[in-house]
Structures are given as structure tokens and as C-alpha cells.
Design a protein. Structure first.
Length: 198
């Protein structure tokens, strides 16, 4: 598994030893970041990678200029491997790893004591690539849409099975989508009219 662009472009991320993961392919990741770079400035972005797995999306964002990343991974063994990957890339100081369920993690990250402990700022780029069978995209999206921990101009990138229909919360809009076989990737942000009011 290879980082496709940026400072760490061409470097391989460890993928062995991770339990129950389905990493986003290199091709899909490259397409995702090409789309993002046409819509937002990745430089200085604060990233939240839910159901991080190998951390490929979060580390790719760091390679392309993100300031920091919070990797949320439920499996404790995977979380420890993420720490090693961050150290290998030399971004352990900018990487926070939270071993928790992805829906519960959002409420944990809202807590002042958690933000102080992890030195967290509001996230403005969020990835969610959960196990497809769990159908977690909609529960995550609904919680994110109401969270004060998410920046007013945040972008949410959801990766899911093509048979899962994403219910877009009020005041949000989809601005792009791509298909990769049975996988659909959708890109969302708050409606522009709403941004002016926030």
C-alpha cells in the first residue's frame, strides 16, 4: 500500500498484521485527493479519519500538507500498528490515535478534557470508511452534522458499498462522487448559503 502524492509520495505503508480491514486502493485514494485538491486547500487542514484501518487516508492527507490527524480505530491491535506507522513516517507528534467506536468517538472528541489532552482543534476534513456490512455512514453523518467539533466549512468524505444510500443531513450538500466497482465515494459539505450565515 503506497502513499500516492505529497511529501511521502511513493513510500509504502505497512498493511500486514491489521485485523479485519479493507484498505482504500491506491487508485481510489489518488482520485479522492485529486478531487479534494480541486475544492479545498489541504495545507494546514485538521483531519479526522474514522474507522482508520491502516490509516492510509489520514497519512495521505498528512503527506499532502494536513497539519494534524486524529485516527479513530476500534481494534486495539490496529491502533498500536497505527502508532508505529506514524513513527515510521515521522508524524507521530502530529498524529492522535483514539481507540474507540467511530460514532462514540465523535462525542468523546467534543469533550473539553479530551481536546486539551489531545491538543485538538475543530476538524475540517473528515474521512469515514467503515466495514461495509456495518452500515455506519448514516449514523456517523448525522452525529457529525450536529457536532461542534466539526468546523463550519468541513468536508466529509464517505466511502461505502454502492447499495448503501446516504441520507444527507439538513444544511449539507453533495458536491462530488466516484464509483470504484462496488465501492462508492461521496463528498459532502455544508450548503454555501448556510456557510454565509455561520
Amino acid at each position: 500500500m503506497r502513499i500516492t502524492g505529497g511529501t511521502f509520495g511513493g513510500r509504502n505503508l505497512p498493511s500486514s498484521g491489521f485485523a479485519g480491514i479493507r484498505p482504500t486502493t491506491d487508485r481510489a485514494r489518488e482520485t479522492i485527493f485529486n478531487i479534494l485538491q480541486n475544492h479545498i486547500a489541504l495545507e494546514g487542514t485538521q483531519v479526522l479519519d474514522l474507522c482508520a484501518g491502516t490509516g492510509a487516508l489520514g497519512f495521505e492527507a498528512m503527506s499532502r500538507g494536513a497539519a494534524s490527524v486524529v485516527l479513530v480505530e476500534k481494534h486495539r491491535g490496529n491502533a498500536e500498528l497505527l502508532r508505529k506507522s506514524a513513527q515510521m513516517l515521522g508524524v507521530d507528534a502530529e498524529t492522535r490515535i483514539l481507540c474507540a467506536d467511530c460514532v462514540k468517538a465523535i462525542s468523546l472528541l467534543e469533550q473539553p478534557e479530551t481536546q486539551e489532552k489531545y491538543q485538538l482543534e475543530a476538524r475540517n476534513l473528515i474521512f469515514c470508511d467503515p466495514p461495509y456490512a456495518a452500515k455506519l455512514i448514516n449514523p456517523v453523518f448525522q452525529v457529525l452534522a450536529e457536532s461542534p467539533f466539526i468546523h463550519a466549512e468541513a468536508v466529509f468524505v464517505a466511502e461505502h458499498d454502492i447499495r448503501e444510500v446516504v441520507i444527507i443531513p439538513r444544511l449539507w450538500e453533495k458536491f462530488a462522487e466516484r464509483l470504484f466497482g462496488e465501492t462508492q465515494v461521496e463528498f459532502f459539505r455544508r450548503e454555501k448559503g448556510q456557510l454565509e450565515e455561520l
